[in-house]
Design a protein around this ligand. Structure first.
Ligand SMILES: NC(=O)C1=CN([C@@H]2O[C@H](COP(=O)(O)OP(=O)(O)OC[C@H]3O[C@@H](n4cnc5c(N)ncnc54)[C@H](OP(=O)(O)O)[C@@H]3O)[C@@H](O)[C@H]2O)[C@@H](O)CC1
Ligand SMILES: Nc1ncnc2c1ncn2[C@@H]1O[C@H](COP(=O)(O)OP(=O)(O)O)[C@@H](O)[C@H]1O
Ligand SMILES: [K+]
Length: 504
């Protein structure tokens, strides 16, 4: 597991290391700068003419130290203070002093004409780091625009200036970096979009800042690593039969929407479930029987409460909502399912759309065992927060939502975030744009339900499901390119994605 701290959490870890472990701030700065220099050299960037743009905070201090190191080695380097000299931190003021007699050029002010006339091959952005605390405007915005218009390679120290380390949002404007060296832990704003795309190739470098404060703070987000996911994989025993791997009831599909039922059940079988029963509208029987003969098909024309209870009693796990529609029968089925089931239950798509108008269905329900899988629009509906509002700080919005309803929630997006009360918010790092196709979400609901059926907890199933879904997308993108993925291929490849994981 890796921590993904926000700005405040990272600053707390910095201060703890400096104040409690007595590692001087300047020593950490020296290590940070050295790490940046080493990475820049590894990347084989053209170093003919280097410009380092430094703010007055400690991010600027890192920048001046980098300039000094390159100057010592004889490179042509210019360091520009883009901040106010009177506002320099003691460390940054010290670094400016250290720059004297190294051969580096020092400019106390940014001059646009001079900057644009120089044939810089590398611009190092050390304007703002985790201390960015408001919209970038005025002079700073102009400087960042100049940087983005330059033909030089752009490398950011810690985080592209203008990106919020806590939310990944652009605060006014931001440097579009080709490379970023982030100090110690990857900030959560570097993995959430748009911060992720502004950072370019991003590496983190351990400089000895301790993680204890991050561990202590339950609000520090995290991401899992390959070995963590491998440990979650359901075991396949020699002495087993289909009953060993769970009975999954999928209440999915409606008239003209058989695809959702097909995709979810295919994904569940492909990822290991022993037995899948689909409960769907009667019009889907023939098509589903021919598309997926491995599934048991039970159909309804009208709502029959006894039949629904019998099916839920049969199942170990329920998944409801994909392609269900929002008509009267669908509403009745959802209401009764949520009231009756004590089994783990994935609620997706139309299940969430119906619920958004009837949040009272959750009263008295076994919410602790529910996993919601909304995309942004569905989350807007169930949370009552506009998408723009959610995007301002999606982790905070998600955390508040799961606390209120006591559910596990998988907020799907280009970067999917997963939350549950009393757990750290997790950000999934697998997946790719090839997956932005209709039906991808139905597949995810099937995979998560499949892991529940095989005995994983709600939290484990959500984490592993989202990861494997993304890995399957990556495998397809590698084989077929970024355009041709079909949701059914995602379902088919999900099992392969699990095998690869086992080998890691
Ligand atoms: N020893 C350590 O602790 C280590 C720290 N390290 C490095 O330090 C970085 C954090 O340093 P930091 O905390 O000094 O903040 P930083 O990002 O430089 O910016 C603060 C300055 O920006 C200004 N400012 C903010 N927003 C603004 C805006 N919109 N528009 C204009 N100005 C704005 C703000 O001004 P003020 O609000 O005071 O007016 C202040 O002057 C971290 O990312 C890492 O690179 C590493 O070397 C490891 C060891
Ligand atoms: N650009 C992207 N990068 C990574 N994953 C993506 C991207 N676009 C979509 N996805 C994933 O694909 C799935 C789409 O789900 P959803 O919007 O519910 O699809 P549908 O309703 O058509 O089944 C989600 O799991 C989402 O995370
Ligand atoms: K920066």
């Amino acid at each position: 597991m890796r921590y993904l701290p926000d700005a405040k959490q990272m600053k707390t870890a910095d201060s703890f290391t400096i104040n409690e472990l007595k590692i001087p701030s300047l020593e950490l700065m020296e290590r940070a700068a050295r790490a940046c220099v080493n990475h820049i050299k590894d990347w084989k960037i053209n170093l003919n003419k280097i410009c380092v743009l430094c703010g007055s905070g400690n991010n600027g201090g890192d920048g001046f130290a980098i300039a000094r190191m390159f100057a010592w080695e004889g490179y042509d380097v210019t360091a520009v203070l883009v901040g106010n000299r009177d506002h320099c931190t003691p460390e940054t003021a010290h670094q400016i002093e250290q720059l004297k007699n190294t051969g580096a050029q020092f400019k106390e002010q940014f001059e646009q004409e001079a900057f644009e006339s120089e044939p810089y091959t590398l611009i190092i952005d050390a304007i703002f780091g985790v201390g960015l605390c408001r919209e970038v405007g005025g002079r700073y915005a102009q400087i960042i625009e100049c940087v983005n218009q330059s033909d030089a390679v752009r490398m950011s120290v810690d985080i592209p200036s203008g990106i919020c380390a806590t939310t990944g949002n652009v605060l006014g404007t931001a440097v579009r970096a080709d490379y970023t060296v982030t100090i110690q832990e990857t900030k959560v704003g570097l993995v959430l979009d748009p911060g992720r795309s502004y950072a370019g190739i991003c590496v983190s470098e351990d400089i000895g800042i301790v993680s204890l404060p991050l561990e202590r703070d339950e609000e520090t987000a995290c991401t899992l690593e390959g070995s963590d996911y491998a440990a979650l994989l359901p075991k396949r025993n020699a002495d087993s039969n289909k009953g060993t791997y769970g009975k999954l009831l999928m209440i999915t599909g409606s008239k003209g929407m058989s695809g959702a039922a097909y995709l979810g059940s295919l994904a569940a079988y492909r990822t290991g479930t022993g037995l899948v029963q689909i409960y769907t509208a009667k019009e889907n029987r023939v098509i589903l029987q021919s598309q997926i003969p491995e599934a048991i098909i039970t159909t309804y024309e009208k709502y029959d409460v006894n039949e629904l209870h019998r099916l839920i009693d049969w199942a170990d796990v329920v998944a409801i909502g994909s392609g269900l529609g929002t008509k009267k029968t669908a509403r009745k089925i959802l209401k009764e399912t949520l009231a009756y089931t004590k089994k783990p239950c994935v609620i997706d798509a139309d299940g969430l759309n119906i619920l958004s108008e009837h949040m009272d269905y959750l009263c008295g329900a076994d919410c602790e065992h529910f996993i919601f899988t909304p995309h942004m629009k569905e989350f807007e509906r169930i949370s009552g927060l506009k998408i723009a509002e959610v995007k301002k700080d999606r982790i905070a919005a998600l955390r508040t939502f799961v606390k209120e309803y006591d559910v596990t929630c998988v907020l799907k997006d280009s970067r999917t975030t997963i939350a549950k009360p009393r757990e750290r918010v997790a950000v999934n790092l697998s997946g790719c744009a090839a997956m932005a196709k209709a039906g991808s979400g139905d597949v995810l609901a099937g995979i998560i339900a499949s892991y529940l059926a095989q005995g994983l907890s709600e939290w484990e199933a959500a984490l592993l499901g989202v990861y494997i879904h993304g890995r399957a997308g990556e495998i397809i993108e590698k084989e077929q390119g970024a355009y041709s993925l079909l949701a059914r291929e995602l379902a088919q490849k999900a099992g392969t994605a699990m095998t690869i994981q086992e080998e890691n």
